[in-house]
Design a protein around this ligand. Structure first.
Ligand code: ATP
Ligand code: MG
Length: 204
């Protein structure tokens, strides 16, 4: 390639990226709304809870308050909890007895879910809490532990600037419709199916 060819390529690249920047800058300038968001992270792929906990890290990083309510799998330890609870701005509640096939006791699961939801409602009414994570909340609805009529009013009436993240597979349409941002993580491959155990720092 000659020097002239290289210059032509560089010039085309510069023109194209400058145009791209104009478009992006325009979009950024057009986004003027500040509001508390409802996010739903669903789908069968790995990355739902870890995404929500990533937003907890972002929140705590700014010195803001975050609250996590870990439904269903409340007995399991995850690295994020061990780390984040050192921060006085973190409230982390484990509100489950484990998966249905572990507990095999529907009444106990329902009372754990209800007790957890009562605590979550406190955070959803507290304007000093910047971010509330309702981890594995979708199952509470899907297993009929709690009704949408019990859940949605508390989410809708939350402080205007409070963000809420709901995680779990098969999110109900009502959650999806109410949400501002929805991601469905697709399961392409998972090491578990090749016989790999849950790995610290990756899976828990
Ligand atoms: P993570 O907490 O890693 O973000 P997740 O919240 O998307 O995962 P869950 O259904 O809550 O997924 O399950 C959490 C655990 O199950 C993790 O150990 C994760 O690696 C594993 N897992 C998630 N998706 C799959 C899958 N499709 N097949 C097998 N194991 C999975
Ligand atoms: Mg999860």
């Amino acid at each position: 390639m000659t020097g002239a060819d290289k210059n032509a390529i560089n010039l085309r690249h510069k023109t194209r990226t400058a145009k791209h920047k104009q478009v992006v800058d325009k979009r950024i300038a057009a986004a003027k709304v500040d509001k508390g968001l409802l996010l739903v992270i669903t789908g069968n792929g790995k990355g739902k809870s870890s995404s929500a906990f990533g937003m907890v890290a972002r929140t705590l990083g700014y010195g803001l308050k975050a609250a996590v309510f870990q439904f269903i799998k409340g007995k399991e330890e995850v690295g994020e909890r061990a780390y984040f609870v050192r921060d006085p701005n973190m409230r982390w509640e484990r509100c489950g007895e484990g998966f249905t096939w572990e507990t095999q006791d529907r009444d106990r699961d329902i009372s754990a879910a209800r007790a957890g939801w009562e605590k979550a409602k406190e955070a959803l009414a507290d304007p000093t809490v910047h971010l509330v994570v309702l981890d594995e909340q979708t199952y509470l609805v899907n297993y009929r532990y709690l009704s949408l009529e019990e859940i949605m009013p508390a989410i809708e009436a939350r402080p205007a600037m409070q963000h809420v993240v709901i995680t779990g597979r098969a999110a109900h349409d009502v959650f999806v419709e109410a949400a501002d941002t929805v991601s469905a993580i697709r399961d392409v491959k998972h090491a578990f199916r090749a016989g790999v155990k849950a790995q610290q720092g990756i899976d828990l």
